[in-house]
Design a protein around this ligand. Structure first.
Ligand code: BGC
Length: 499
């Protein structure tokens, strides 16, 4: 598909180049980092609701789950069980911090490769786990893998993609997250009845890690990273390859200009936090991830099987429901890949927040009415209706805050603070995922259906934030973002010295 000269919305810049096979392949391979992340998200909820897993590691939760007349909302409330899910995210924060320096110094490619190695080791340790220590140790290694991967992959894709299709290519990362989640729910479904099924579920994480490890030998380093490290000729060579044309001078010069500024910056974090021009992307990028998590998505991702069981579905039915929701998640993300560079980012953010808010209010109201503290749910139709509502909710997330929470922070920073700024977004993702992973089951136990109303309010706030504070970044070359967008935004322009 030849693209020729790109016309960029908002006027000004145009960069020549084609959409080459090389760019698409490199993006897809790197996006396998998302497959690892997604596999883990999808596997944890199912494993923590498996009886054999609970019996081996959390016998007290097993007992509680099977006690008659147990409070519906508190069946799985256990800090240690939640730590199993969330320990990974703590490790991930440290790893992505380290990766933000390492990928500036050594390039994006070796960090992507190391991500797969950590993840592979974590999967192996978990497969052989004999006690809680091995289990948590494995999760910490997986966390390193995810921290390295999430820090580097979206940046990598945004840097090699031509602006016109940057959104769609970047969402390949989110698409693979959702495919990973879906694959994991299938695996859980198959292993849930096997003896020691949880071992296969956890060990299966080795598959995406191996795919990424092998694939990462075939990707090109990004031109921006090569040029930033003084390898101009190599950078030009890669540019020619990935753009499919000889005349890459315009883009090379633009990157060169950005890297010259970038190389003067020796302390990127200081620069990020002290220079007023960096404030707008810092606030927006970090808040995007905060809001992404406070859509409440991981309540569904981690605990959907538990939630369906809470509503009285059997073990099997609840895993099937999870496969259905995860299928919808993946399909709706395909829609985002196709449409995000046509309809723009803001449209999806506002639409998605509205859709999620409406479904959360309805789910909250249904649970309030039909799921009492003890005893089974008082209407047979309710679990099915909740399933449908969750599918509508998940699709709203999948074409909006899911992919855009990763895409926008990767395209709004200037090069000199790109990796450190992006780290803040990744760290926010991990901290909030940790908080939700760690406290959701306790919060469900305490606030019951009220929790859904809380997330609904958060969705209203984030919709307003998107309308008033986010500039539209569709089609703008990343090295031109400040000129074309921040400096023209009604609120953020005051952070730039007018000249
Ligand atoms: C989020 C995850 C979430 C997943 C669901 C990702 O973008 O960061 O926390 O579980 O989407 O598809």
């Amino acid at each position: 598909m030849a693209v020729g000269v790109m016309d960029i919305e908002g006027g000004g810049a145009s960069l020549p180049g084609k959409t080459t096979f090389q760019v698409v392949m490199c993006s897809i391979i790197a996006a396998v980092g998302g497959l690892m992340f997604g596999y883990d998200i999808g596997i944890s909820g199912g494993v923590t609701s498996m009886d054999t897993f609970l019996l081996d590691f959390f016998p007290h939760v097993y007992e509680k789950k099977h006690r008659v007349h147990e409070n519906n909302y508190c069946k799985f409330d256990d800090q240690l069980l939640q730590l199993f899910t969330s320990s990974l995210y703590l490790a991930g924060i440290f790893a992505s911090f380290a990766a933000s320096f390492l990928c500036r110094r050594f390039g994006r490619k070796p960090i992507i490769m190391s991500a797969s190695i950590f993840f592979l080791l974590g999967a192996i340790l978990n497969y052989f786990a004999r006690d809680l220590g091995m289990l948590i140790g494995g999760r910490i290694l997986l966390g390193f893998g995810i921290g390295f991967g999430n820090q580097t992959v979206p940046l990598f894709i945004s840097e090699i993609a031509p602006p016109r299709i940057r959104g769609g290519l970047n969402i390949a990362f989110q698409l693979l997250i959702t495919i990973g989640i879906l694959a994991a729910s299938f695996v859980n479904y198959l292993t849930s009845t096997m003896k020691n099924g949880w071992r296969y579920s956890l060990g299966g994480a080795a598959v995406p890690a191996l795919i990424l490890l092998i694939g990462s030998f075939f990707i090109h380093e990004t031109p921006a990273s090569l040029i930033e490290r003084g390898k101009d000729e190599e950078g030009k060579k890669v540019l020619r390859k990935i753009r499919g044309i000889d005349n890459i001078e315009l883009e090379f010069n633009e990157i060169k200009r950005a890297t010259e500024i970038s190389n003067k910056v020796k302390t990127p974090f200081k620069e990020l936090f002290t220079k007023s021009e960096n404030r707008p992307p810092l606030v927006c990028g970090t808040l995007l991830q905060f809001f992404q998590q406070f859509t409440g998505i991981n309540v569904v991702m981690f605990y959907a099987p538990v939630l369906f069981q809470t509503m009285g579905s059997g073990n099997n039915a609840s895993l099937v429901s999870t496969v259905v929701t995860n299928g919808v998640n993946a399909l709706a993300t395909v829609f985002a890949v196709i449409m995000v560079d046509r309809l723009g980012r803001k449209f999806f953010l506002v639409e998605g927040a509205t859709q999620m808010m409406a479904t959360q209010i309805t789910i909250g109201a249904l649970l309030l009415k039909y799921l009492h503290l003890v005893g089974p749910i008082t209407s047979h139709a309710v679990p099915l209706i909740v399933l449908i509502l969750i599918c509508i909710y998940v699709s709203g997330f999948a074409w909006s805050w899911g992919p855009l929470g990763w895409l926008i922070p990767s395209e709004i920073y200037q090069l000199e603070v790109r990796t450190s700024g992006y780290f803040c977004a990744v760290a926010m993702n991990m901290v909030c995922t940790f908080v939700i992973g760690q406290f959701f089951l306790s919060a469900l136990c305490r606030f019951r259906s009220g929790l859904f109303f809380f997330f609904a309010v958060m969705n209203v706030i984030m919709g307003l934030f998107a309308i008033f504070f986010l500039p539209e970044t569709r089609g703008v070359p990343i090295e031109d973002m400040a000129e074309q967008r921040w400096k023209k935004h009604w609120h953020w322009k005051k952070y730039f010295k007018q000249n």
